[in-house]
Ligand binder design. Sequence first.
Ligand code: GDD
Ligand code: MN
Length: 367
Amino acid sequence: MLLELTALTLAGIHFGTPLLYYYYLKSRYLNKPWDIKIDENYKPKVTIIVPTYNEAEFIWNRLDNINIQNYAKNMMEVIVVDSASNDGTVELVKKWSSEHNNINLKLVEEPKRRGKLFAVLESLKHASSESSIVVFTDADAFWESDALDNAVKYFADPSVGAVTASIIYSNDKTIENVYRNYYNTVRIAESKVFATPVHNGPFLAIKAELLGKHGLPAFPGSDDSSFGSYVALLGFRAIQVDDAIVKEPTRGNQFRRKIRRAQHLLLNFLKTKSYAKKIGVYRRVKSFEKIWGVEWWLHVVNPWLLIASALLLAMSMFYASFTAITLLGIGIALLVLRMYRTWVTQQLYLVIAAVRNLWTREIMWSK
Ligand code: GDD
Ligand code: MN
């Protein structure tokens, strides 16, 4: 009986915390105004950074997609930073560039592949000093044509340090669709409070001045979410917005990709704050501390409660416990519900990611 009771308590905490957090944020903060001075006419120079490794399949369309942005072309600069691709990516970039003189494109070629983080750090050295905003993106991302305009307007307020777009996976680009996703709702509500610690690689814009002063968190495994969290830990708003919308194809081995992303996400919660403290740039913001605490719990600890609960129930089954069999049965039967299934698989990814981080940080991944 004790085993079952413990299992039930652990499962209750596991599912209860994120649900409570979701409903709390949704009801209290989601519809609050931004408390940010948004200015549609704020159109500074921006630098867009596209890191590539063997992106021949996507790079042409990616550049076309940047080119169809409503943002004035003479106010943008594109830097493609390639790490010794051997599939013709570089040739395609050169060809695209020669056919499109309206856009200022720089190609930075790394002599060998050291991973995305190194490439991105290298590319920053080539960014124009006139740029006020640096936007990081992926070669396979697709931005809605107003994504850049809609993200940039938030930077008119000096408190804003980073803006990330919302990802949608279907062709319906309505705002309601953005909120159909549990994560988007939570991220945007957190952003209304102060900042979100999770950011999207297909579109992450950062105030150039901060990059110039404080660089990027350059620990192994640091990625999009760490970049965004770092900005929040510097004391600036780092927000996900619902009017800048991007799409991302699902490609490659989904299982490995999800685990890799979970690995980077975990490293964000384990390393970014201590990194900011170590280099002496950390600025405590009370409301963000709370968000960070909950998300830290949800990523680092909470997934293990589910595993522990399932193990305890499996153990009590040995004692032919009817309760245990029923509970485990319910837990498994619920997998027919998509929401529940997605949640449970994400928990497993986080657990596998935690173990995998012990020997590799996935700095150079295959697709
Ligand atoms: N220059 C360079 N060098 N670029 C690289 C390298 C490298 O060694 N490795 C990957 N990239 C580029 C890819 O070409 C692509 O443009 C981008 O980094 C993201 O890589 P994907 O292969 O598309 O990975 P994803 O779809 O899972 O990306 C997501 O997760 C990554 C972290 O695991 C995104 O959110 C990425 O922004 C994020 O880095
Ligand atoms: Mn991708």
